[in-house]
Design a protein around this ligand. Structure first.
Ligand code: NAD
Ligand code: DAU
Length: 354
């Protein structure tokens, strides 16, 4: 079996569902169930023995030791993290704790386990660390996209904490020989994304006729990757990625934020028409401090070595995503109660209109 961390979050839950459907191999899923973790994402596996859920913290060394001994995983896929840039600006401590200390604790447990293995089990063991393109910093409009050789220059507490975790993973390979691989991917979107991130927030607000907050001038660029394409990339890297290597994963879909928000308005208008349309709900608000201008991924390495290509275009992925949120109003309503309201107050109340 494999050990997945953060498998109740957005990408992790998509991965667990996809992994069990594609391979049938059992998963032990360690997740702390922070505000971002949601077992409802995994409801389809509730009666499936191939999914074992364990609620716990990455920073709990004794728990990790027990999990390795009990489940004897042949690989680790590490998603668990604090993942939202705006939250890292309001409260960076949790990011250092989970992303740096948590990754370190997991690496130590994995190293101890792996060093006790012999023969093929030791040779075949893998530690796959899921990271982000944000570690490379920001690009100008005409700069070439990030490659695996781009120097690290993280700009937010979130990306700095992810960069720290990447360096630890690199060091564990270099120093101890741990067969680790890192993926650095661009902005994911799709089913089960918590509506604090741009795409689900925009869809949810639009459906309620609320303002659609666009930071600054809305001309920042992100490279959008449909989550199912990302899950497929992770499966390939786990199977055939070379230990010690990093692989960039991107959707080949660079868009300005305002284009994304307008795209959502138009997609909604075609399936759930609103008098006057949705675009009029756009509200420019104060910018994110230290806001990175542009991210773009050069994915030639994973294409060339592993034959991976994204299957979705941005238009097809966005149409599927809008459809999913329309069909899952109850999921959205549930995750937007409680803590979410407090976050919206913290992040948006202080942003005067720009
Ligand atoms: P998410 O915030 O939706 O989910 C994170 C999960 O980790 C949650 O289920 C949460 O409960 C769990 N978790 C948090 N702290 C934990 C701890 N201390 N111990 C155990 N579990 C803990 O995140 P996501 O968007 O699914 O991102 C998954 C990974 O992919 C992260 O490492 C993130 O940095 C990376 N990533 C995300 C994106 C994106 O666009 N979402 C892009 C690039 C990289
Ligand atoms: O690039 C990969 C990263 O993508 C991941 O590592 C992060 O975990 C993930 O959260 C995401 O980070 P971003 O900061 O790019 O995602 P977010 O959805 O928060 O914002 C996308 C863009 O939209 C960004 O330029 C900020 C802007 N934005 C965001 C929100 C929430 C707005 O204009 N208005 C908003 O209300």
């Amino acid at each position: 079996m494999i050990l997945v961390t953060g498998g109740a979050g957005f990408i992790g839950s998509n991965f667990v569902l996809d992994w069990i459907a594609a391979t049938g191999e059992p998963v032990v899923n360690l997740d702390k169930l922070t505000y971002a973790g949601n077992l409802a994402n995994l409801a389809a596996l509730a009666a499936d023995d191939r999914h074992r859920f364990v609620r716990g913290d990455l920073c709990d060394a004794a728990l990790l030791e027990r999990l390795f001994a009990e489940h004897r995983p042949r690989a680790v896929v590490h998603f668990a993290a604090e993942s939202h840039v705006d939250r890292s600006i309001h409260g960076p401590a949790a990011f250092v704790q989970t992303n740096v200390v948590g990754t370190f604790t997991l690496l130590e447990a994995a190293r101890t386990w792996w060093q006790g293995l012999e023969g093929a089990a030791r040779e075949d063991f893998r530690f796959l660390h899921v990271s982000t393109d944000e570690v490379y910093g920001t690009l100008g409009e005409s700069d070439p996209p990030f490659t695996e050789a781009t120097a690290y220059a993280p700009n937010s507490p979130y990306s700095a904490s992810k960069a720290g975790s990447d360096h630890l993973v690199r060091a564990y390979h270099h120093t101890y020989g741990l067969p680790a691989v890192t993926t650095n991917c661009s902005n994911n979107y799709g089913p089960y994304q918590f509506p604090e991130k741009l795409i689900p927030l925009t869809i949810a607000n639009a459906l309620e006729g609320k303002a659609l907050p666009v930071y600054g001038d809305g001309r920042q660029v992100r490279d959008w990757l449909y989550v199912a394409d990302h899950c497929e990339a992770i499966r390939l890297v786990l199977e055939r990625g070379r230990p010690g290597e990093t692989y960039n994963v991107g959707g080949d879909s660079e868009r300005r934020n305002l284009e994304v928000v307008h795209g959502i308005c138009d997609a909604l208008q075609s399936v759930r028409p609103r008098a006057g349309g949705y675009r009029g709900l756009v509200a420019f608000v104060a910018d994110r401090p230290g806001h990175d201008r542009r991210y773009a991924i050069d994915a030639r390495k994973i294409r060339g070595e592993l034959g991976w290509n994204p299957r979705e275009s941005f238009d097809s992925g966005l149409a599927k995503t809008v459809r999913w949120y329309l069909d899952h109003g109850e999921w959205v309503a549930r995750v937007r109660s409680g803590e979410y309201r407090q976050w919206v107050e913290t992040n948006y109340a202080s942003r005067s209109a720009a």
